[in-house]
Design a binder for this molecule. Structure first.
Ligand code: GTP
Ligand code: MG
Length: 482
């Protein structure tokens, strides 16, 4: 009897131990967390590279790490650790720029601490304080006030155009943008407009637009198919498969072919249009954007006089799944031949590789924070985009098909481009210019700004976590010019 009871007890202990071991195994493999992708990846403190994650898995399976020859197999299999390779130079400066050895690392030079939620709150508080501080105009140049007669001003204007890529059916929405833009800025300075379209503009569109643009010269340009259409080397079966996958992961416009063409055009083509060759600067506007500042100086002349190459109003994080291999492909490019020479040692690298505020994004985008300047407002120097550095990089990116197999946007590409290849002092945050493209704002306290809520970043509180501007200011030590 005793032996049978003992045997039963032994069976019970073995069964219990097996159950415990099985449960522990499930916990370790992440198997019972399958439902919550977000909670898995937003844990910045753990370095677990969970292969159940869709984006992560697809990346590790297909990405070619040959551009980092010394990477061990162990590191190759854990994609996130790409940014953890220790090197004394890298730890100190946050970058290495040598032939075949270009790396960037977030060094958190302001020693920010805390969970992502705490970092978001701290950054938002800093943002509110900054935007609430009354400012005037930029202080780093002598500014040109509105002339008494805008025609008299003809010879003094900067070499610039107001640029809008737009569809015929967006007439009313672009009209709203232009009316505000004319009233608050361009009726004073009379810069010429260039409207561009992949389809011929209708007579109705042209007639209505020339009413909105008042006395400013206007040009309507039709884009040649070879500058707009998808390149012939794109594998359409692969593209359809990837688009469906992105669509299933709720990536906006993933399946809209024209959106991919638009992004590629705005990041790699527009500055080559014959009609734009006569201009150096462009100020991009979009349908349904709002301006809130009665501008008292020539903004384009300011760009020219200070030799800035890029101006923005809003900076934010991107949808990480849309740019999964943009940064790794960029590193690959920079590590080929002598491409390292294109990188400006005084670039703004740190905000690109930051990983405190939205660590999940950094992980999925292969070490890129996904922070970018929002390109629906941008003032840029087209000679920068026409330069060897930017155009060689664009050609490389284009050859990977990422504009179609992923949904690389014009905003992250412009932003990575200017952050890598330009001196950071040449990028300017137009903090003083009140602006909105739904759902984000730029609204500082200035004597000439009205009708927007000072320091509000988004229409929705929960989107405050998307704000990147404090990262750019702090980690890249940007000089305040207000
Ligand atoms: N001509 C033309 N213009 C386009 C096309 N697709 C987009 N655009 C323009 O490209 C710019 C960006 O497109 P949007 O649709 O505003 O893209 P978005 O700003 O990412 O998205 P929203 O949040 O919906 O505004 C706008 O100026 C559009 O008018 C297109 O197929 N043809
Ligand atoms: Mg838009």
């Amino acid at each position: 009897m005793v032996t049978i009871r003992k045997r039963k007890l032994l069976y019970f202990v073995i069964f219990s131990l097996t159950c415990i071991l099985f449960l522990l195994h499930l916990l370790n493999s992440g198997g019972i967390y399958r439902g919550s992708n977000d909670s898995k990846l937003s844990d910045s403190s753990s370095n677990n590279n969970n292969n159940n994650d869709w984006s992560f898995k697809s990346l590790t399976e297909r990405f070619d790490f040959s551009y980092l020859p010394n990477l061990s197999n162990n590191l190759k299999s854990s994609y996130n650790q790409l940014n953890l390779i220790s090197d004394p130079g890298l730890e100190k400066k946050g970058y290495i720029l040598e032939p075949g050895n270009v790396k960037f690392k977030f060094i958190n030079n302001v020693k920010k601490r805390g969970t992502p939620e705490q970092v978001i709150n701290e950054n938002m508080e800093k943002y509110r304080q900054l935007m609430n501080k009354e400012i005037g105009k930029p202080q780093d140049a002598s500014l040109v006030p509105p002339p008494d007669d805008s025609h008299e001003y003809d010879k003094k204007r900067a070499n610039a155009t107001i640029l809008a890529l737009v569809r015929n059916e967006e007439l009313i929405k672009i009209g709203q943008s232009i009316k505000k833009f004319q009233r608050l800025f361009n009726s004073k300075f009379n810069y010429p407009y260039t409207f561009i379209n992949d389809q011929p503009f209708t007579e109705r569109f042209k007639q209505r637009i020339t009413k909105y643009t008042e006395n400013a010269p206007v040009e309507f340009v039709v884009i040649k198919p070879e500058q707009w259409n998808k390149p012939s080397f794109i594998d359409e079966a692969k593209e359809a498969k990837e688009m469906q996958l992105m669509h299933d992961h709720n990536i906006a416009y993933a399946k809209k072919a024209s959106y991919h063409n638009m992004c590629r055009f705005y990041l790699g083509q527009f500055y080559n249009l014959p009609e734009l060759q006569k201009y150096k600067y462009y100020w991009r506007i979009e349908p349904q954007v709002k301006f809130f500042t009665d501008v008292q100086y020539d903004v384009l002349k300011y760009m020219e006089d200070t030799q800035k190459i890029y101006g923005f109003t809003v900076s934010l994080y991107d949808i990480e799944e849309s740019v999964k291999t943009l940064w790794p492909e960029t590193l690959k490019f920079l590590n080929q031949g002598d491409n390292y020479k294109y990188v400006n040692p005084n670039g703004s690298f740190q905000w690109l590789v930051e990983n405190l505020q939205n660590p999940k994004k950094n992980k999925m985008a292969g070490g890129y924070s996904t922070c970018h300047f929002w390109s629906n407002f941008e003032i840029g120097d087209m000679d920068f985009f026409r330069s060897e550095a930017y155009s060689t990089w664009f050609k490389y990116l284009d050859s990977t098909g990422g504009f179609y197999y992923e949904r690389w946007g014009d905003a992250p590409v412009h932003s990575i481009g200017v952050s890598l290849f330009a001196d950071k002092s040449k990028i300017h945050w137009f903090r003083d210019l009140g602006y909105n493209h739904d759902p984000y704002f730029n609204c500082a306290r200035t004597p000439w700004t009205s009708a927007c809520t000072v320091a509000r970043f988004s229409r929705y509180e929960h989107l405050n976590k998307e704000n990147c501007v404090i990262n750019w200011l702090e980690y890249d030590e940007i000089k305040d010019v207000y």
